[in-house]
Design a protein around this ligand. Structure first.
Ligand code: IPE
Ligand code: IPE
Ligand code: MG
Ligand code: MG
Ligand code: MG
Length: 305
């Protein structure tokens, strides 16, 4: 912190990288989502309300950090990062709806269906979902059509029934089931791990790193993905709504089995820390160029929001 209380973004490489990606993602949404001068205006206003000015931007940060390690142009990486963030934002809009978690606070402000209305929130989610694939399929993201197709396929798989949406379904079923640790692990890998994994993968795809040469990155992504959701559950269990910018205490109230309910908070945190050490070990073949990925892994367990 500076004397004026303004965070010093040069204090750590991670703080600088987080501030930079936040600014770039906001600027890209701003550029690609102009307000139309007709009755669709409230739809685009709603998309911008949900997508801009909030969130840690972890998925774009992972994507651009991997891309940078392999020398991809910043512009391509930020566009692909904006696409995956659009999927993430859409998933949060729908997750907060009354038919799902029924939450009123997100990123420290009213959720989209409260600030606008439910129908607009559904349509803004739909439109951000479509927007993501439109951005990836645009030659401005990559000049190589094979790369674009691989990006679309990777994000599609990670978003739908084999990924995030499938995990969300399991999460709803979890409210009325007695899931064991193995099933909760699977649920979390889909609900959260799939998109985090896609972020890492997409950075490498942009760089044309062959599938076999990305095994260690998949290992890294799997471990941080699981640790990330354990910490999300810990924030829900013991976190502070003002810091988190969203309601807490919801999982227990809904009777949901999570790592915290199954292991207890201490063992859950130990498990998250162990996963982070393991994730960092997967990067052993890299030098300082992977320092941001190492810092992101540590940030995932130490964060409070
Ligand atoms: C929260 O994700 C929802 C989950 C997938 C558990 P983030 O913590 O990454 O959400 P942001 O940073 O508020 O966008
Ligand atoms: C949501 O999980 C994960 C998504 C795929 C959107 P949660 O319901 O635990 O996320 P929060 O706690 O509301 O952010
Ligand atoms: Mg939920
Ligand atoms: Mg929720
Ligand atoms: Mg949660």
């Amino acid at each position: 912190m500076s004397a004026a209380g303004i965070p010093d973004v040069t204090a750590s490489p991670l703080a600088g990288a987080l501030a930079q990606i936040a600014q770039e993602i906001d600027a890209t949404f701003d550029m690609l989502l102009p307000l139309p001068g007709d009755a669709r205006q409230c739809l685009v206003e709603a998309m911008r309300y949900a997508a801009m000015g909030g969130g840690k931007r972890l998925r774009p940060l992972l994507l651009t950090s991997v891309a940078e390690m392999y020398g991809v142009s910043r512009d391509s990486a930020v566009r692909a990062g904006t696409a995956i963030e659009a999927i993430h934002v859409y998933s949060l809009i729908h997750d907060d709806l009354p038919c799902m978690d029924n939450d009123a606070l997100r990123h420290g402000k009213p959720t989209l269906h409260i600030a606008f209305d439910e129908a607009t929130a559904v349509l803004a989610g739909d439109s951000l979902h479509a927007f993501a694939f439109e951005v990836l399929a645009d030659p401005a993201t990559s000049a190589d059509p094979f790369t674009r197709i691989e990006l679309v396929q990777t994000l599609g798989q990670a978003s739908g029934w084999q990924g995030m949406a499938g995990g969300q379904m399991m999460d709803l079923v979890a409210e009325n089931s007695e899931f064991d640790l193995q099933t909760v692990t699977r649920l979390q890998q889909l609900k959260t791990g799939a998109l985090l994994g896609a972020a890492v993968d997409m950075g490498a795809i942009l760089a044309k790193v062959p599938y076999e040469a990305r095994t260690h990155l998949r290992g890294y992504a799997r471990d941080i993905g699981l640790a990330f959701q354990i910490v999300d559950d810990l924030i829900d269990y013991e976190g502070d709504a003002a810091l988190a910018g969203k309601a807490v205490g919801k999982d227990a109230a809904a009777g949901k089995e999570t790592f915290v309910s199954l292991l207890g908070p201490e063992r859950a945190r130990d498990q998250a820390r162990m996963l982070i050490e393991q994730a960092i070990q997967h990067l052993a073949q890299h030098g300082p160029e992977a320092d941001v990925l190492r810092a992101v892994a540590r940030y995932i367990v130490e964060r409070n929001h």
